[in-house]
Design a protein around this ligand. Structure first.
Ligand code: E4P
Length: 221
């Protein structure tokens, strides 16, 4: 399973990229709005910051409702990236979003269909040619459903039908989500930087480092 970072915050993106574990970035209108910056400018900055990742998801804005409106926005976003391959157009899981997905896929543009909450939605997105499908597990957990189970089922269904779309486990809230979606067969987990920090840590690692340092100090004294 690969790691994407789920943020529009440049400092967090830089930190994750520097660690060397980053394969991509996902953003959404809420994440960009939180930064208080112009959408296109921030996407351009992110693309420059992480030149070697496989994907930077830029989501069409909520005022793009029809497939035509989504495609028009996508064309502008693709230009920002000089038609390079890592920009990925993130589209909502609506019939219009699927129509835009099929169109963009045919043009060779990467797509990420977002806000997926059922196996059927994932199947539709895959059949529309989505490069990535994004089931939101945390938001399902929030309504007392099992988000990880959805990822497990989508992974099984994709294997059964030899579907090549990659599953991005999204709305990941904590380290246990990361472990469980990795075991469930997600291709990617998109996570905030705080979760990257959490999964890098273990109390025994810290204790071990303290002991090594103390023993070392004794030996050199
Ligand atoms: C994924 O692409 C979304 O940006 C994200 O994971 C949403 O997560 P949230 O439910 O924490 O807002």
């Amino acid at each position: 399973m690969k790691f994407f970072i789920d943020t529009a915050n440049l400092a967090d993106i830089k930190k994750a990229y520097q660690v060397g574990v980053l394969s991509g970035v996902t953003t959404n209108p809420s994440l960009v709005a939180k930064e208080g910056v112009k959408f296109e400018d921030r996407i351009e900055q992110i693309l420059k910051e992480v030149p070697e990742v496989e994907s930077v998801s830029a989501e069409v804005t909520p005022d793009a409702v029809t497939a035509e409106q989504m495609i028009a926005q996508a064309e502008e976003l693709i230009k920002i990236n000089n038609y390079d391959k890592n920009i990925t157009i993130k589209l909502p899981m609506t019939l219009a979003g699927l129509e835009a997905c099929r169109y963009l896929t045919k043009k060779g543009v990467k797509t990420n269909v977002t806000l997926i909450f059922t196996v059927n939605q994932a199947l539709l997105a895959a059949r529309a040619g989505a490069t990535y499908v994004s089931p939101f597990l945390g938001r399902l957990d929030d309504i007392s459903e099992d988000g990880v189970q959805l990822v497990t089922k989508i992974a099984e269904m994709f294997r059964t039908h030899n579907i090549e779309s990659q599953i991005i486990a999204a709305s990941v809230r904590h380290p246990d989500h990361v472990t469980r979606v990795a075991m469930a067969g997600a291709h990617i987990a998109t996570i905030p930087f705080s979760v990257i920090e959490q999964i890098a840590k273990h109390p025994l690692t810290e204790q071990g480092l303290e002991k090594f340092a103390a023993d070392w100090k004794k030996a050199v004294q």
